[in-house]
Design a protein around this ligand. Structure first.
Ligand code: FAD
Length: 412
C-alpha cells in the first residue's frame, strides 16, 4: 500500500484515484476548483473506439490552414508569438502523416477497447450515468468527405471494428424521428456514449465511498523535489507529502511539469457545447458527428447536447466566441433542417479546455527523471473515452504490475 496524491480531479484524476484506491492504495486528490465544472463535465460523453486515428493525421495541415481564415470554422489556432505554440505546431506538422497513424492506431484502439470494457462494469453499478451502446454515426453531406469517412471505416474494419456503411435512405431509416440532410453515414456500431455530468457525480461519490480524500479549492502552487524524487506539493495552507504523485492537471499540466524541468508539449483546445430539451423538437437519438462542421451530437435522457470547435489557445482565454458557436448552430441546422436552432446566448454556452498534445496521443507514463512521478494527461478530444483505461494503467504503473495494454506509445 502506498500513499498517493493525484493532482487534478477531472475524469483522468478521478479514474486514477478510483483504481488506485480499489487496489488498496491510500489516495488524496487535490484540485484548484470545487469540482463542479470543467472540461470533464460539458463534453459530448462519447466513448469512441472508432477514433483510433490521432488528431495529427494526413490532410490536417491543409484543412487547418483553410479553416484558420473562417471565423465560424471548427478549428482555429489563436496566433501569438510564443515558443510553446511554435514548437507545438512543428511537432504537429512532423506527425501529420500516414506513418504516425500507422504506428499509433493499434495502441489507441487497444486503450479505447480497454476503457469501454471498464465502462461496462461502471455502468452495471450505476445505470444513471446513462451509458448506452448505440454506436456513433459519422454523417456527411459531400462526396469528398464521404470518401474520407468511408476510408476510415474500411481501415476500422481491418482492425476488427464493427462498421456499417449507410446511404441517404439508410441513415434516415436509422434516425427515423428527425429529418436528416445527409448524403450518407458511417455507423461505428461498437461506440457508446454516456452523460458526462452524471459520470463525474458518480465518480466523486464513489471514490469518497472507498476512502479517497478529495481536497477541493486547493491550488498546487509548487512542487518540492530532491534527488530525483518528489517530496511535497506546496499549496497556500500546507505542504502535502506522499510516496507517489500523479499529474493529471489537464491543460494546466505543462505549468506544473515546467517546475520540474519536464517539458510536456500540450496546449488547451477550447471547445463549446450547449443543450436543447426534447420538449421543443423532434431530436436525434443516435450519437453523431456532423462531419463537415465537426459537430458532436449527443442524445441524453431528456435533452441533446451539441458540441464542437477546437481553438488552440491559452488557459487564460476563457471567453465565449459566439462566432464559433454560430458555426456549430449553422452545421446543426444544415444537417437537421427541422430543428431550426438559434445561436444561444453566451451564458447558455459551456466551454472547456481539451488538453491537446501535438501528436494526438495521450501521455500515460512513469517519468524517467522523478522515480515517484506518473504523468497521465494529454487526452485531447478523448478524455472521457480513455479515462477508465488511463486510470487503471496509472494504478498498474504504481502497483508495479505489467500493464494491461502496451503503453510505449504514450510517453511525453
Ligand atoms: C466540446 C467538447 C466535447 C468533448 N467531447 C468528448 C467526447 O465526446 N468524448 C471524449 O472522450 N472526450 C470529449 N472531450 C474531451 C474531454 O472532455 C477531455 O479530454 C477531458 O475532460 C480531459 O480531462 P482531464 O481530467 O485530463 O482534464 P480536466 O477535466 O481539465 O481536469 C484537470 C483538473 O486539474 C485541476 N488543476 C489544474 N491545475 C491544478 C493545480 N495547479 N492545482 C490543483 N488542481 C489543478 C483543474 O482544476 C481540473 O479540475 C470533449 C471536450 C470538449 C471541450
Amino acid at each position: 500500500m502506498k500513499n498517493c496524491i493525484v493532482i487534478g480531479g477531472g475524469i483522468i484524476g478521478l479514474c486514477s484515484a478510483y483504481y488506485l484506491a480499489k487496489a488498496g492504495h491510500r489516495v488524496t486528490v487535490l484540485d484548484k476548483s470545487d469540482l463542479s465544472d470543467g472540461c470533464s463535465y460539458g463534453n459530448a460523453g462519447m466513448i469512441v473506439p472508432s477514433h483510433f486515428i490521432p488528431l495529427a493525421q494526413p490532410g490536417m495541415i491543409g484543412k487547418g490552414i483553410r479553416w484558420m481564415f473562417n471565423s465560424k470554422s471548427p478549428f482555429y489556432v489563436q496566433p501569438r508569438l510564443s515558443a510553446d505554440l511554435l514548437q507545438w505546431g512543428m511537432t504537429f506538422y512532423q506527425h501529420a502523416n500516414a506513418k504516425h497513424v500507422e504506428a499509433s492506431k493499434q495502441a489507441l484502439l487497444d486503450l479505447s477497447l480497454m476503457s469501454k470494457d471498464l465502462y461496462k462494469d461502471l455502468a452495471a453499478a450505476r445505470p444513471d450515468i446513462f451509458y448506452q451502446e448505440k454506436g456513433l454515426l459519422m454523417l456527411y453531406q459531400s462526396e469528398k468527405v464521404g470518401e474520407e469517412e468511408i476510408e476510415v471505416g474500411e481501415m476500422a474494419k481491418t482492425l476488427g471494428v464493427d462498421v456499417d456503411f449507410l446511404d441517404q435512405q439508410g441513415v434516415q431509416q436509422l434516425e427515423a424521428g428527425v429529418q436528416l440532410n445527409a448524403l450518407g453515414g458511417v455507423h461505428f456500431k461498437s461506440d457508446a456514449h454516456l452523460y458526462p455530468n452524471a459520470l463525474m457525480s458518480f465518480l466523486k461519490q464513489e471514490v469518497e465511498k472507498i476512502g479517497v480524500e478529495i481536497i477541493r479549492n486547493t491550488f498546487v502552487e509548487s512542487i518540492e523535489k530532491t534527488n530525483g524524487k518528489i517530496t511535497g506539493l506546496k499549496t497556500a495552507n500546507q505542504t502535502y507529502t506522499a510516496d507517489e504523485f500523479v499529474l493529471c492537471a489537464g491543460s494546466w499540466s505543462p505549468l506544473l511539469a515546467k517546475q520540474l524541468g519536464i517539458k510536456i508539449q500540450l496546449l488547451p483546445g477550447k471547445g463549446y457545447s450547449f443543450n436543447i430539451s426534447d420538449q421543443e423538437n423532434n431530436l436525434p437519438t443516435i450519437p453523431s458527428i456532423l462531419c463537415e462542421g465537426k459537430v458532436a451530437v449527443s442524445p441524453f435522457k431528456n435533452s441533446v447536447r451539441f458540441g464542437g470547435t477546437m481553438e488552440i489557445t491559452q488557459v487564460k482565454n476563457t471567453g465565449i466566441n459566439l462566432n464559433r458557436v454560430e458555426g456549430i448552430v449553422n452545421t446543426v441546422n444544415s444537417f437537421y433542417p427541422e430543428i431550426n436552432l438559434e445561436t444561444p446566448d453566451s451564458k447558455e454556452v459551456w466551454s472547456g479546455f481539451r488538453p491537446c498534445t501535438p501528436t494526438g496521443m495521450p501521455i500515460i507514463s512513469r517519468n524517467n527523471k522523478y522515480s515517484n512521478l506518473t504523468i497521465c494527461t494529454g487526452h485531447g478530444m478523448m478524455g472521457i473515452s480513455l479515462g477508465p483505461a488511463s486510470g487503471k494503467l496509472v494504478e498498474e504503473i504504481i502497483s508495479e504490475q505489467k500493464t494491461t495494454v502496451d503503453i510505449n506509445r504514450f510517453t511525453e
